[in-house]
Design a protein around this ligand. Structure first.
Ligand code: CR6
Length: 810
């Protein structure tokens, strides 16, 4: 049915009355939200079913994207946008007296991820559906998402995120009990000869029922709906009686209770390994079951199935796939291995050693003994195959099991046909350093896929005013064809347009200023530079470098209140892993510095420091459009890619950056004149590692500015940080400053002066901003996923792009 306002309002009222037996005037925002979601879902469900039918009809190769994190945030607006309903719903609600924004605010953020990795997976899901690719997400339905962050006396405190218990719950999921599978864990395994095969006999194993909850992923204007399948652990009915106590039941249900709140440290915990095997086994079993329904034999499964291992957490896909092909399908080892390698592909997201997963052998044996046997056999054959052909030490360095540990990245590289990094610099580092030996063995497997972002969410939805002025110049097609944004460059001398850009930015800053005032009670000036650093709190990301500069500015202003600087508002958003003590100390120091500066009237409000609590996707959507400066200041070589760098440039912020991750490619796109680069290069960092010539204490002793700033951490200048200030001071001096903060400090000051100078020339600033917006199109996740599809998975797009008018029917 053609969709119009009258029809929509009629259907909405009818649905509300059917669901809740009430009129609009009596309904709460939750009831209105639930009703709207229900209408939305019934509309796209028709296309959802059709998408599946088309896949089956065409015997389409399917990709399964395994990720232990998905971080979609809120889905209502993006679903409405992709369905072509967005404006219509806003207008219709207005007509019947409903505030759409208030209704949308009811939705809890789906925070099943820590940061960049999970958000990337969510942007990819959006792009894959919008580009019409047959790709299914496979993950975990955590009952508690990433913790809620509160500040108490400046300290981070973590509160549970009970997102499923909110009034709105998860309106998007469908529980599919009929598709449940059984996951086997623990116990012992013996292999016995049976009908000419070795059959595993499991003893004392625990059976877990894995129930999938499916979320529809709606493509943009193409009637294509993919599936994000999230697994939940339950007790199988048949063995209910084995779990008579709450404690015993909890042991099972706990598997999918909490998301591990750390994005950079492999905690080596038993429950985490259980989570990994649980969603891997459930996912792989259901893929093979589905495949067998439509195919007689399994020995060519790689022609119709691709499995993507997103970081090492799902690396056991390799062994689980082998297990089923061997133990259940009775393929020979050689045949099974050939199919496995052809089916699997792997993305590495970090070079940080502490985040490259390894598991103790006894632990893996305890969680799934058969998987350990298979991993050991893969390792054994790998070594045997290379023996005599390759240098023995290289074999030792690359084998999967060594030093009493199972190396998951090794399993992922050896067991797949493709390994990619997430920015060119990162991929180069994988080849030259982190995975160098593997690059020697399998050069053809390595490739780069620089990360991307969903422009529709990060521009259209987050910054509708900017989208509107772009539409006036370019029309609406950039939503489907990102490259069109490039054409914005031609308005570089169009003063009118540049002014409009400035007005949009000001409006966004006014809105953020209001939010800051509401949440923190601090008034900020929307004409000041909004200088933004939003990302996880981590030493390598160097929030500390930013803080030291703020302290320096403050001390300068104390000395000379008339100092001519452009007023700045420093805005932070960051969660620290609960167990990451140092990161939490940095949070405390930023908060105490903020309190000191924001309440000191002698500096005339020239700088303000705002640390917004509980940084999440929804808050990012409010901060990013209001940013003038994007801080991307990690120690060169440490940030694999980054994605907030891309989102901020897309919204017209100018980047202050080191040559790290995707910053390098951002610089290539916008040109050195349209970005503020500073700091050590990757080569210089590596040289320091080699020659040990960096002595941070020298900087403290010989650089008066650094001396004065560091002393402020320990001499009471900043109150209430006696312990934390010393901890940070020591790390930067006696412990030799692992992340070269002091080494890059002067250069950082220099570049920030340049920022001030540029800001004074508003026309130039707007021109630079425009180039950044235009060039951000190169980082569209639509483009990234096309490369994954054609170069890694070999799948084709099956949906027609509908053009602007093909939305979803009511
Ligand atoms: N922490 C990288 O550190 C990258 C994302 C997505 C990260 C970050 O630079 O942009 O992945 N790595 O590729 C991991 O999570 C292991 C991240 O988000």
């Amino acid at each position: 049915m053609e969709l119009d306002k009258t029809l929509f309002i009629e259907s909405f009222k009818k649905r509300l009355s059917q669901k809740y037996a009430i009129d609009v005037s009596d309904a709460t925002n939750s009831e209105l939200y639930d009703t709207l979601c229900s209408l939305v879902k019934s509309s796209y469900s028709v296309s959802w079913r059709q998408t599946w039918k088309d896949y089956l009809k065409e015997n389409e190769k399917q990709v399964y994207y395994f990720s232990i994190e998905f971080l979609p945030g809120k889905l209502l607006k993006s679903n409405l946008l992709n369905m072509g309903w967005y404006q219509l719903v806003i207008d219709s609600f207005k007509e019947i007296g409903i505030d759409f924004e208030q209704v949308a605010a009811v939705e809890p953020d789906m925070a099943l991820g820590n940061g960049g990795l999970g958000r990337l997976a969510a942007d990819f899901m959006d792009s894959l559906a919008s580009e019409g690719y047959p790709v299914n997400g496979n993950g975990i339905r955590y009952r508690y998402g990433l913790f809620k962050q509160r500040f108490v006396n400046g300290y981070q405190v973590e509160l549970p995120d009970e997102w499923l218990k909110t009034a709105a719950g998860n309106a998007w999921e469908i529980r599919r009990a009929s598709k449940a599978v059984t996951v086997t864990m623990g116990g012992h395994v013996e292999l016995v000869q049976k009908n000419g095969y070795l059959e595993p006999i499991y003893k004392d194993a625990t059976l877990i029922k894995a129930v999938p909850y499916d979320v529809g992923i709606v493509g943009y204007h193409n009637q294509h709906v993919n599936t994000l399948r999230l697994w939940s652990a339950e007790i199988p009915e048949a063995v209910e009686s084995c779990y008579p106590t709450i404690e015993a039941r909890r042991q099972i249900e706990d598997i999918t209770t909490v998301l591990y709140p750390d994005d950079s440290n492999e905690a080596g915990r038993r429950l985490r390994l259980k989570q990994e095997y649980f969603f891997v086994s459930a996912g792989v079993q259901s893929i093979i079951r589905h495949y067998k329904k439509y195919h007689e034999t399994i020995d060519q499964i790689s022609q119709r199935v691709a499995i993507h291992i997103n970081d090492t957490h799902p690396a056991m896909c390799v062994a689980e796939f082998m297990r089923i092909l061997l133990d259940e399908e009775h393929l020979s080892w050689e045949k099974a291995w050939e199919q496995t390698v052809k089916t699997m592909s792997y993305t590495n997201h970090t070079i940080m050693a502490e985040a490259l997963e390894t598991w103790d052998i006894p632990l893996l044996n305890e969680i799934q003994p058969r998987i350990l046997q298979i991993v050991a056999e893969i390792d054994h054959r790998f070594v045997a195959h290379l023996a005599g052909k390759m240098d023995g030490q290289l074999i030792e360095r690359t084998r999967i099991i060594s030093g009493g540990k199972v190396h998951m990245a090794h399993l992922a590289v050896i067991g797949s046909h493709s390994t990619n990094g997430v920015a060119q610099l990162h991929t180069d580092l994988l080849k030259s350093d982190v995975l160098r030996d593997f690059y020697t063995l399998y050069p053809e497997r390595f490739n780069n896929k620089t990360n991307g972002i969903a422009l529709r969410r990060w521009l259209q939805l987050a910054n509708p005013e900017l989208a509107a002025i772009i539409d006036q110049k370019l029309g609406r097609n950039w939503r489907q064809n990102a490259c069109q944004l490039q054409q914005l460059q031609q308005y570089n001398t169009d003063e009118q347009f540049l002014k409009k850009l400035a007005v949009v930015k000001l409006h966004n800053k006014q809105r953020l200023a209001k939010l800051i005032e509401e949440r923190t009670g601090v008034t900020v000036d929307p004409t000041a530079i909004f200088d933004v650093q939003i990302k996880r709190l981590h030493a390598y990301k160097r929030q500390l470098l930013n803080l030291l500069r703020i302290i320096k500015l403050y001390l300068d202003l104390k000395e000379n209140p008339d100092l001519a600087i452009v007023p700045r508002v420093f805005i932070f958003g960051a969660k620290a892993a609960p167990s990451y003590h140092y990161a939490k100390s940095i949070i405390k120091c930023i908060n105490e510095t903020a309190a000191l500066i924001n309440h000191d009237s002698t500096i005339q409000g020239k700088i303000k420091v705002i640390f917004l609590e509980n940084y999440d996707v929804s808050l990012a959507e409010q901060i990013i459009p209001a940013a003038d400066i994007s801080e991307q200041i990690s120690t060169a070589s440490k940030e694999a890619s980054g994605t907030s760098n891309m989102k901020l440039m897309l919204n017209g912020a100018l980047t202050v950056a080191t040559l790290d991750g995707a910053n390098v490619e951002i610089k290539e796109q916008v040109g050195a004149d349209n970005i503020f680069m500073f700091g050590l290069t990757k080569q210089e960092v590596y040289r320091y590692y080699q020659d040990h010539s960096y002595h941070s204490l020298d900087y403290y002793h010989h650089n008066l500015v650094i001396h004065r700033v560091l002393d402020a951490l320990i001499d009471g200048t900043i109150p209430n940080i006696a312990a934390e200030g010393h901890e940070i001071f020591d790390s930067l001096t006696y412990l030799n400053d692992d992340y070269f903060v002091l080494r890059d400090f002067e250069d950082y000051l220099r570049i920030q002066d340049q920022v001030d100078e540029t800001y004074r020339d508003q026309k130039k600033w707007q021109q630079m901003s425009l180039i950044n917006i235009a060039k951000a199109c190169h980082f569209s996740s639509d483009i990234t996923v096309k490369k994954y599809a054609s170069e890694i998975w070999q799948v084709r797009s099956v949906a027609q792009k509908g053009g602007v008018n093909i939305g979803y029917p009511l």
